[in-house]
Design a protein around this ligand. Structure first.
Ligand code: UDP
Length: 373
């Protein structure tokens, strides 16, 4: 029996986090041969290497891109690399792209040009902010996709509103949560709190890396001023602010000569980017999270940890109306007031969105198996 071949294209660590269970689940489907190609969009990133090691998983193929390419040559290299892989090594019956990065759109274009049916995992999310490059990647990929897998109801409605036929859309849930569930025991075993010498529920966790927040001197000065304010105002209730600093953010603080000022904030614990398991442990044991990440909004919703997202919009609205997330503008007094409210409320209004149950990958693979009959 010849197997039906599926090629999953991922380009970044956050997107790899969404596909960790696919090959395991595919073992229950003898007809399917699922392989993962990592385009290496962020291959130089230390976090990626750590991630593969600690989860004991490896992509089947790497494209080995030259480092630090700007978006157009990067997409061109990814497309060429995928073309060669598909022509020479593994010709899939279906390609699946993930998320909203340049590798997603590059993979979608290759599938289209090579006449390979295309599925999009994490389809239909919209921030309605056309200044975000990711928004264009999402919309264009969805236009090219034959099968659209969605994580939340808003995404389903967005796609319907855009005229995509309902029989192409599959509401399967969130595969990123599958990874959290699958590695729960390993996460609990992480020693990161001991290593940082902090106790559970004594600290807030911070991640900031979006260009809007960290690419200008003014933006970075705002972050320092805001952290100083929190340091003083919450000295009785939040002992530490743990900030695993993204390479982009660190480089910019150094470039604008603000690194020393950042390091001088007494309650701030600056660390390297954390491995996946350590970071999830830090999330679970935090009092609250301040972020501009996409994935962290979903993980805090699942874990019911209050999350303050410093962005004007989110493509993941379910984290606002069902989860523990709130969007705030970067106004330090307003953020401090909200933290004060969070520390003094006993309300726990957050709940887990439908189908964020650790079984989303199983649903996707069952659909793929049916489609490829
Ligand atoms: N993450 C991690 N270590 C860190 C910071 C984040 O493992 O130091 C994880 C986080 O839990 C989430 C993913 O990386 O699963 C999100 O990455 P990021 O915020 O860089 O990207 P985005 O989701 O905004 O694309």
């Amino acid at each position: 029996m010849s197997k039906k071949k599926v090629l999953i294209v991922v380009g970044t660590r956050p997107n790899f986090i969404k596909v960790t269970q696919f090959k395991k689940v595919a073992q229950n489907y003898p007809k399917l041969d699922i392989r993962i190609v990592h385009t290496s969009q962020h291959f130089s990133d230390e976090m990626s290497r750590l991630f593969f090691e600690e989860l004991d998983l490896q992509p089947d193929y790497f494209l080995n891109l030259p480092e630090k390419l700007s978006p157009v040559p990067q997409m061109a290299e990814i497309m060429k690399g995928l073309h060669d892989l598909i022509t020479i090594t593994f010709k899939p019956d279906l390609m699946m792209v993930v998320g909203d990065v340049n590798s997603t759109l590059a993979g979608a274009l290759v599938a289209n040009k090579m006449n390979i049916p295309l599925a999009h995992l994490e389809s239909g999310l919209r921030s309605f902010d056309n200044t975000m490059p990711e928004e264009h990647n999402r919309i264009l990929t969805d236009k090219l996709a034959h099968y659209l897998f969605v994580t939340e109801e808003d995404a389903l409605n967005n796609l319907k509103y855009e005229g995509i036929k309902e029989d192409k859309i599959f509401f399967v849930g969130n595969t990123m949560i599958d990874t959290l569930v699958a590695y729960r025991d390993k996460i609990h075993q992480s020693n990161i709190l001991k290593e940082l010498n902090i106790a559970p529920k004594t600290y807030a966790l911070i991640t900031l890396h979006r260009p809007n927040n960290v690419d200008t001197k003014e933006g970075l000065e705002k972050i320092i001023s805001f952290l100083k304010l929190l340091d003083i105002r919450f000295s009785n209730s939040i002992k530490y602010f743990v900030f695993p600093i993204h390479p982009r953010t660190e480089n910019n603080f150094k470039h604008f000569q603000l690194w020393e000022s950042l390091m001088n904030i007494p309650s701030l614990i600056l660390t390297k980017p954390q491995s996946y398991l350590n970071f999830q442990k830090l999330l679970m044991e935090s009092i609250l999270v301040i972020t501009d990440s996409g994935g962290v909004q979903e993980e805090t919703t699942y874990l019911n940890i209050p999350c303050i997202t410093l962005r004007p919009s989110t493509e993941r609205p379910i984290t606002l109306w069902k989860g523990s997330n709130i969007l705030l503008e970067f106004d330090e007094n307003n953020i401090a007031n909200h933290i004060h409210y969070l520390l003094n409320t006993t309300d726990k209004p957050s709940s887990i969105p439908p189908l964020w149950d650790g079984k989303a990958t199983e649903r996707v693979v069952a659909v793929l198996n049916d489609l490829l009959k």
